[in-house]
Design a protein around this ligand. Sequence first.
Ligand SMILES: Cc1cc2nc3c(=O)[nH]c(=O)nc-3n(C[C@H](O)[C@H](O)[C@H](O)COP(=O)(O)OP(=O)(O)OC[C@H]3O[C@@H](n4cnc5c(N)ncnc54)[C@H](O)[C@@H]3O)c2cc1C
Ligand code: FES
Length: 284
Amino acid sequence: MPRLAERHAEQPVGAMVPRVFRLAARRQDTADTFTMMLEPTDGIPLKFIPGQFTMLSAFGVGEVPISVSSAANVDGPLQHTVRDVGAVTHALSHTPVDAMVGIRGPYGTGWEVGDGADGDVVLVAGGIGLAPLRPAMLEVLHHRQRYGRVVLLYGTRSPADLLFTDELKRWENLGVEVLVTVDYGTREWTGRVGLVTTLISRAGFDPASTLALVCGPEVMMRFTAAALVERGVRPERVRVSLERNMRCGAGLCGHCQYRELFICVDGPVLPFARVAGMLGTREL
Ligand SMILES: Cc1cc2nc3c(=O)[nH]c(=O)nc-3n(C[C@H](O)[C@H](O)[C@H](O)COP(=O)(O)OP(=O)(O)OC[C@H]3O[C@@H](n4cnc5c(N)ncnc54)[C@H](O)[C@@H]3O)c2cc1C
Ligand code: FES
């Protein structure tokens, strides 16, 4: 891993300056989660790979790391799906359509879903974790013939927290095995109730050929990855996406350091085999 001074020397001048994007539209997905459709004011689309994030700024308020939730390599607006949890995400939730936001990046590692070709692909999402996984699912569906069985296991707190519900049906119609569960049901809910880990034994996939991509709260990723390994998926074929406090997003400031890793450049997507002992610890 290069030292901080070397990382600084590698950065091109201007890399820290955000590009300006126009908020073309905003869709309210759930009570606290919304998707921003963003268009570059310079007309140059942002190139990214599924799993990468950008530093998204509400001008005058601050900057936050947010994963890209749209498909890579297709025309259309850049999408970010955001949960309103604090100062910056709240400001973004109130940014008017046609106003400008800043974008730096993309940064970090991707899901590298192509490594799952010729085998089964299992995506496991907890809550808003479905947003960073969406570009990976769209990539798999774009090259559907390259993969075996495709499975999505998705858990949220309640039915009202389910994201992309229309799209879940569309994916199911395209042959994806979609299993959904909620922690707490409602009177109207007729689906499964329980943790997402309970879906792992029900899903139809061949562990020996599986690439598993897991995104959600850290405790969920820890138990999910362990359950996948227990079912026979190799630990190096299970990938998780880690979140840590970030400032620069580019390996310069050290805010996201996690033992020997800088999560903004070495992650956020990492093999479970590499971080198994670290999950669940905020700082090391
Ligand atoms: C690589 C990466 C990718 C991310 N992708 C997404 C994404 O696609 N969509 C998305 O909505 N968020 C994503 N996040 C999380 C997002 O960056 C934070 O929610 C955001 O920084 C919070 O900033 P804030 O100023 O709105 O809240 P703050 O004012 O910083 O925090 C307000 C409150 O929210 C709590 N909080 C902060 N972060 C989180 C969190 N992640 N989850 C729950 N509570 C939190 C704080 O502890 C505090 O109590 C990602 C984070 C990383 C590191
Ligand atoms: S080193 Fe600055 S956020 Fe990772």
